[in-house]
Design a protein around this ligand. Structure first.
Ligand code: HEM
Length: 458
């Protein structure tokens, strides 16, 4: 009996403490004019609900509070915007104090000269330098030939094998970028460090030995050491090399070595998960939709018919891959590779009729726009043809690559890599999935146990 009374007492006490803590936390943020919403627990906020429920958390909060609400996620008070017009305004108005707001761990590990860490004139100059080395002309003349050569090599010898396409597309994205940068001969040293760096960017910033963050910082130091040697070697050899590193070293923007090295890390990081996951999901969607697969295969076989055996694809071939482009866009839309982008206020401001304090984060949530039934009827159906007759890629609400002043500068480069990979995959092989495959869509798209396919020659 005494035990039962004690148990009831403990439960009631627990409930009282929880309610008081939740109330207290709500009161702390009850400033006049803040958007509606709930703040959850002190320190932890609503992070665990967000990670558990994923997109449903956002939908539930939207049902309660509308498209613009406050919360406390990933260690910071935050405003979530699901309103496409407000999102566009935010992305276009960085100069009004709406700067990138990525987590500290990410900024520390990617470096203080990382593009997401700089604003104003520094951002403009860095972006200019990057746009120069991945411009359509550079892709046509220098990068596409490298990508083509790499993809043939990467896709050789898959016949008769069962491969994990998740692992293969990750390897493809990183190795292809290293080749375009011009540092592929250092792959063996760079790759293991890069994987640790990626882990570190999505960790709590606790710098202790053995933590993901600590290992990420160390990996960054090691990568910088390797890049410094590469820069010295390049300077010691005559002439300019025609690759991304050569472009950065001879840039009219006169970049310091520190900036060049952070740009290299940015290039490796930005195209890694985005390109690999899009490629994996496109293969998955094609597998599940034979009609689209058939049409796409015909498009690629048609290109091969125009060429001698073994002849590389060129810019015109890439441009002629019209159906491939819409298949990739539809895969990206349906899967939503990038759920949203983060911004931070540099001062107290009014936004969408609400008061937003200095330092608050804003989650420009893009996922819902991808599933908007007005823009994409039957939004959960894979229908690449929907992109053909309407100019959806140029619609104001097309945000697969972000928007405004930070619109992805690697969009075309990424599309070239994915299209070239698919070209050689499709024209060389057929494939079947092996067994049931588990796919997680949130917080990131991944196959926790891999996505295994059995591959055979066409
Ligand atoms: C399918 C592939 C890709 C997707 C879905 C994608 C998506 C995005 C998105 C949504 C942003 C906006 C971030 C923000 O506003 O904070 C962005 C920015 C960026 N992306 Fe991509 N990206 C892809 C491929 C690439 C590639 C291949 C590169 C490099 C060659 C690249 C380089 C960058 C850089 C440097 C930025 C920062 C731009 C700035 O801050 O001005 N991306 N990307």
């Amino acid at each position: 009996m005494a035990v039962l009374i004690l148990l009831v007492f403990v439960v009631v006490l627990g409930l009282c403490i929880s309610t008081t803590l939740l109330r207290w936390n709500e009161m702390r943020y009850r400033k006049k004019g803040l958007p509606p919403g709930t703040m959850g627990w002190p320190v932890f906020g609503e992070t665990s609900e967000f990670l558990k429920q994923g997109p449903n958390f956002m939908k539930n909060q939207r049902a309660r509070f509308g498209q613009f609400f406050k919360s406390h996620l990933l260690g910071s008070p935050i405003v979530v915007s699901m309103d496409p017009e407000v999102n566009r305004y935010i992305l276009l108005n960085e100069s009004k104090g709406l700067v990138p707001g990525y987590p500290q761990s990410m900024l520390d590990i990617l470096g203080k000269n990382n593009i997401a860490a700089v604003h104003g004139p520094a951002h403009k100059s860095m972006r200019g330098a990057l746009l120069n080395i991945i411009s359509p002309t550079m892709i046509r003349d220098q990068l596409l030939p490298k990508v083509d050569e790499f993809m043939r090599f990467h896709l050789s010898n898959w016949d008769g094998k069962t491969v994990d396409i998740q692992e293969k597309t990750k390897e493809m994205a990183l190795s292809s970028t290293l080749k375009q940068i011009g540092i592929e001969s250092y792959s063996a040293a760079l790759k293991p460090e890069f994987y640790k760096l990626v882990q570190g960017t999505i960790s709590l910033p606790i710098d202790l030995p053995g933590t993901n963050y600590g290992c990420g910082l160390q990996a960054r130091k090691n990568i910088i050491g390797i890049l410094r040697n590469i820069l010295e070697e390049r300077r010691a050899s005559p002439g300019v090399q025609h690759d991304m590193l050569g472009g950065l070293m001879s840039s009219g923007h006169k970049l310091s070595d520190e900036v060049i090295m952070d740009q290299i890390i940015t290039l490796m990081y930005s195209g890694y998960e985005t390109v690999s996951t899009t490629s994996m999901m496109t293969v998955k969607h094609l597998h599940d939709h034979p009609k689209a697969l058939q049409q796409m295969r015909e498009e690629h076989l048609e290109i091969r018919k125009r060429k001698r055996p073994g002849e590389p694809i060129d810019w015109n071939d890439y441009k002629s891959m019209k159906f491939t482009r819409v298949v990739i866009l539809e895969s990206m839309r349906l899967t939503t590779i990038v759920n949203g982008v983060l911004r931070k206020t540099t001062h107290d401001m009014e936004l969408n009729g609400f008061f937003i304090p200095k330092g608050w984060r804003i989650y420009v949530y893009l996922r819902e726009a991808n599933h908007d039934p007005f823009l994409y009827p039957e939004p959960l159906t894979f229908n690449p043809w929907r992109w053909e007759d309407r100019n959806l890629e140029y619609n104001d609400n097309f945000m697969l690559f972000g928007g405004g002043t930070r619109l992805c500068p690697g969009k075309e480069m990424g599309m070239v890599e994915i299209s070239t990979f698919l070209h050689y995959f499709m024209t060389t092989y057929r494939w079947e999935e092996v067994g049931g495959q588990n796919l997680e869509k949130f917080p990131r798209v991944q196959a926790p146990n891999g996505l295994h396919i059995k591959v055979s020659n066409n």
